[in-house]
Design a protein around this ligand. Sequence first.
Ligand SMILES: *Cc1c(COP(=O)(O)O)cnc(C)c1O
Length: 386
Amino acid sequence: MIPYGKQNITQADIDAVVDTLTSDWLTQGPKVEQFEQALCAFTGSRHAVAVNSATSALHIACLALGLGEGDSLWTSPNTFVASANCALYCGAEVDFVDIDPATYNMSTSALQQKLESADKLGKLPKIVAPVHFAGQSCDMQVIHELSQQYGFHIIEDASHAIGAKYQNHPVGDCRYCDITIFSFHPVKIITTGEGGAATTNQPELAEKMRRLRSHGVTRDQALFTQPADGAWSYQQIELGFNYRITDIQCALGLSQMRRLDQFIQQRKRRAARYDTLLKDVAVTLPARSDFAESSWHLYVVKLTQCDAKARRSVFDRMRDAGIGVNIHYIPVHTQPWYKAMGFRDKDFPEAINYYQCCLSLPMFPDLDDDQQQYIADSLRSALQSI
Ligand SMILES: *Cc1c(COP(=O)(O)O)cnc(C)c1O
């Protein structure tokens, strides 16, 4: 089976991990900080906080921005459930903004309309969390202008998008947001096994997220709320978690960072080749925004003649041919947990239309020419037989 995504691990990665295993530190040692510094250097952000998953990073980002009961977070329905669940962890409510039918990202015009009506009802969100779907940035300057007008915070869920650019600047520089989130799960652009990070330019948010990553405990006497018992003292001043990432994982992450530019180039080349191979196939190819350069986490096509039955048949035929096609995403608001909160399928019709026709083709740096040719040929014949 050709998988839809796959990590690239070299001997240098293995050596880096083995070196750490034989060092003094398996966790909370020098590699975590080095990895964070490498993320800052790459993105141009001032601070980076590495944690054990992007899901954890989303959770502590929401908490750092003060999200709690009575508040709401808005995200895209076309995402992984973690982008929305983070708000529920904080006791807040979730709502969605429908997608742009061309880019499959959160629609900025739908956002503007929803903000106008929410403003009238006094129900503005505390946080908007746009998702850079497939690695292509949302139009952050527009979302940032709306945040100034309506007074909300922004978390960019850039789980797909390390190495991507917006207006020629790296995603993660936090020019137009409070916090950016990355994922280092093996199917994403670089991996630490499991892992994630938050970048920010605001020192108080970084400090708060560092504390929440490790139980809400501080050793900084200036923050103590009781007299210190002695030099051994640490004090828990809020409720945090164990969301720490290990030095073993960060050694892998650091080693992977050295090939990040190469990974993006390989993915770009694969995307361009799919464009050529699929030119005369009955699918809509991924749209490119003129303000963004995608990291090409996913290569998603939309079947042009499509309904739920046709898509299922194409999906099954591709899987039968040994091609690990996938669907990104089942709209979050249609999940049973969210339906129980009152969401209905038709609430976000563009996300539903897109969902019924989308198909993610295999995309990873080591995909080769023959495999891509086989995938394109198989897709053509699968479409002809429906
Ligand atoms: C993968 C992913 C996450 C969660 O990442 P983990 O590191 O697995 O927790 C969150 N949001 C999006 C959009 C993702 O693709």
